[in-house]
Design a protein around this ligand. Structure first.
Ligand SMILES: [Zn+2]
Ligand SMILES: [Zn+2]
Length: 188
């Protein structure tokens, strides 16, 4: 059984405006762990099935994450979507469990240029806008996508460690989502 020590020896800091699931997913990738398994070790078994982690964290979850990442609890508590955007209508956010979509804690959509930008500046991640039902990245004037371009995945996208960097990859065919077409096992 996998064990993680507290505090974590490698504990990436959350990027400005990053989704909690992205931050924890990136960290799991650094340990070459499955996202759900890492969350369960970090948050207890309840963490495995948490569907709406990005909306808010419970007091206990804040304490566990703050302890593991050596961050002030108040810093961790501000990362939830409902903390950052108190007036966000969470019932309008896309739900989970839709067939033919890349399901995540929330249904996610991302701009490939944003992923590229994150990659070239220290690591791919998903910001809060990835959890909103947006079609366009206004910064890049680029259509957002919510699914792998090569398959119809049943699993959510996942962060992986590839060539010394964290990447976001399709949960089914494992192709990179920032540069569709390159499978992450190509040079293994
Ligand atoms: Zn963008
Ligand atoms: Zn795919």
């Amino acid at each position: 059984m996998a064990v993680i020590t507290r505090p974590l020896p490698v504990a990436p800091r959350p990027k400005p405006g990053e989704l909690i699931s992205s931050w924890l997913g990136r960290t799991a990738a650094r340990y070459d762990m499955d996202d759900a398994a890492f969350r369960a070790l970090l948050l207890g078994e309840d963490g495995r099935g948490r569907e709406r982690l990005d909306l808010h964290l419970t007091t206990d979850e804040v304490a566990r994450i703050a302890d593991a990442f050596r961050l002030p609890p108040e810093r961790v508590a501000t990362l939830g979507l409902t903390q950052a955007w108190p007036r966000v209508a969470v019932d309008w956010l896309p739900g989970v469990g839709r067939k033919m979509r890349a399901r995540g804690n929330l249904d996610l959509s991302w701009c490939r240029k944003c992923l590229e930008e994150g990659h070239s500046s220290g690591g791919t991640y998903l910001d809060r806008e990835a959890a909103l039902p947006l079609c366009l990245c206004h910064r890049h004037q680029h259509w957002r996508v919510d699914c792998c371009q090569h398959c119809s995945p049943d699993n959510p996208p996942r962060f992986v460690w590839d060539k010394g960097a964290v990447e976001l990859a399709c949960g089914d065919c494992r192709r990179l989502l920032r540069t569709p077409g390159r499978p992450i096992w190509a040079d293994c």
